[in-house]
Design a protein around this ligand. Structure first.
Ligand code: SAH
Length: 498
């Protein structure tokens, strides 16, 4: 019995534009056969044992010919039960998904199609262009600018000249001049609004809008790169009102994040505000060899406290490696330093009994001591380091349980250019970034907006002469909000670090 091949559309580039069904299947996949564009982030979610095969098409020179891809799909369906063929946009919009489906059908191999968000529609929206609009465009036409002989084939330019439908050309950037020429020759007005959108929905998105007769020159000046969409029609004019993407507070800004753990939430949050996130993995987390012994020593404690997302992950890793599961906490009261740590616990089926309203060690310790009865013991899940003084609780014995340690990442490289902004989530990330740089930290961040998650992190930055904005509640959303407000308030006047 052969497996099933899923032809899945990955969407136009932004990983958030994959469908829920697509994401589910990717997580189950035994083998993924994929193209280029925007798929890298999606591949990070695959099972570690999933076989990944790249068959990308770098424009015209295909890495694998279509016939070879078809064979590969059939071959992998014999080997695995869930084979994913991941394609950019929608599999059936110039994606050759139909050909792959027919090939599989002929061989009696089961396949399913999981539609994707096509760049032909979503790419326009990301540049503020609705593909139809009442009283403006009653329809749209999507063309490929390449037929199999590399020409325009039977494209009917005179019918395109005589319609108010929005015209969208895919795979057309290197033929832009010819397309514009053909449209003008066929009688399309040179003043028709037009646009080229490059790398739509990705942090690198750029677009150019110009009247049709000026489009080629404008695109050359802007040095747009493929993949790109060409759009011709009155709807392009609406982007003056609808360019929501450009309104995002961090749009196009490079934001440096010296990261110590593996939590992807902060980069995702920054990205959702439009930032190009430059993550530098300054530290790596190592499990502490004696984690399980420490956990056992604390068995029977009335409370357990988690002080970070990393603590939760490392704790359950140790638990699972020792053949146990969340039931080892049965009957224990559970406390989390903040909402995001509480969410991490929920993934292991644990609802925290207490979530600290203030996400600093001091605030957490103080609030927790109010919750605990005198004499109750606390198993404190923490990194391997000297315990902050605040954990010397007056009425409760605290059993420190180090489950991970943070060590400098020897492979990390200094970021090449100073960023527009930077976020720091712990003091050690400040020191480790400073060690990596070829310039003093203050000089490197002289023109950058800098935000710190809490007062300890801010103090570390102050040691280097940097005065960051400090977020109030020490969580990621408010850290991002703090950074955004620096840009809103023209940080060059207030927060610049000179
Ligand atoms: N199946 C895809 C299209 C594949 S053809 C879809 O539904 O989107 C490849 C062409 O799609 C590219 O040459 C370009 O014209 C367009 N394209 C795909 N992703 C794009 C993106 N993020 N930005 C701009 N154009 C894109």
């Amino acid at each position: 019995m052969s497996g099933t091949v899923y032809l899945i559309g990955a969407g136009p580039g932004d990983a958030g534009l994959l469908t829920v069904r697509g994401a589910e299947l990717l997580q189950q996949a035994d083998c993924v056969i994929y193209d280029r564009l925007g798929t890298e982030q999606l591949l990070a979610q695959l099972r570690p044992d999933c076989e990944k095969i790249y068959v990308g098409k770098a424009d015209s020179h295909h890495t694998l010919k279509q016939e070879e891809i078809n064979c590969l799909l059939a071959e992998k369906a014999q080997q695995y039960s869930t084979v994913v063929r991941l394609k950019g946009g929608d599999p059936y919009v110039f994606g050759r998904g139909g050909e792959e489906g027919c090939y599989l059908h002929e061989r009696g191999i089961a396949f399913e199609v999981v539609s994707g968000v096509t760049s032909a529609v979503a790419g326009l929206a990301a540049a503020g262009i609705p593909i139809t609009h009442r009283n403006m465009a009653r329809g749209f036409r999507v063309y490929t600018a390449h037929d199999k002989n590399g020409g325009f084939g039977d494209l009917d330019f005179s019918s395109m000249a005589n319609t108010t439908d929005t015209l969208v050309f895919l795979m057309g950037l290197n033929r832009l001049q010819a397309i514009v020429q053909q449209l003008l020759q066929a009688g399309k007005s040179g003043t028709t609004p037009a646009a080229v959108i490059s790398q739509a929905t990705l942090p690198t998105q750029k677009s150019v809008k110009a009247p049709l007769c000026e489009l080629v020159q404008a695109v050359q000046q802007a040095k747009l790169e493929s993949p790109a969409l060409i759009v011709v029609g009155e709807v392009v004019g609406l982007s003056a009102q609808l360019d929501w993407l450009q309104q995002r507070p961090l749009q196009g800004k490079t934001i440096l994040f010296p990261q110590t753990g593996t939590d992807p939430r902060l980069p995702a949050l920054l990205g959702s505000k439009g930032a190009k996130v430059q993550t530098v993995q300054v530290s790596c987390l190592e499990p502490v060899e004696t984690a399980w012994e420490s956990i056992c020593k604390g068995a029977g404690a009335e409370w357990v406290a988690f002080t970070s997302h990393n603590g939760v992950e490392s704790f359950f890793k140790a638990v699972s490696e020792n053949g146990q599961d969340a039931r080892c906490l049965g009957g224990t009261m559970v406390a989390a330093i903040g909402k995001s740590t509480a969410q991490a616990l929920q993934r292991y089926g644990i609802r925290a009994d207490f979530v600290s309203p203030v996400s600093t060690a001091e605030g957490f310790a103080a609030a927790l001591s109010q919750e605990m009865m005198a004499g109750e013991r606390l198993l404190l899940v923490c990194p391997e380091m000297e315990l902050p003084e605040c954990w010397a609780m007056e009425n409760n014995p605290v059993i420190a349980t180090p489950v991970y340690r943070s060590v400098p990442n020897r492979q990390a490289h200094s970021p090449a250019l100073p960023p527009d902004g930077a976020v720091f989530t712990c003091a050690s990330s400040v020191h480790r970034l400073a060690q990596l740089l070829h310039l003093p930290l203050k000089q490197f961040l002289a023109d950058s907006a800098v935000a710190a998650i809490g007062t300890k992190t801010a103090a570390a930055l102050q040691q280097y002469g940097i005065e960051p904005a400090v977020c109030e509640t020490s969580d990621y959303p408010s850290l991002v909000q703090t950074l955004c407000s620096l840009f809103e308030s023209d940080f060059t006047e207030r927060g610049k670090n000179q």
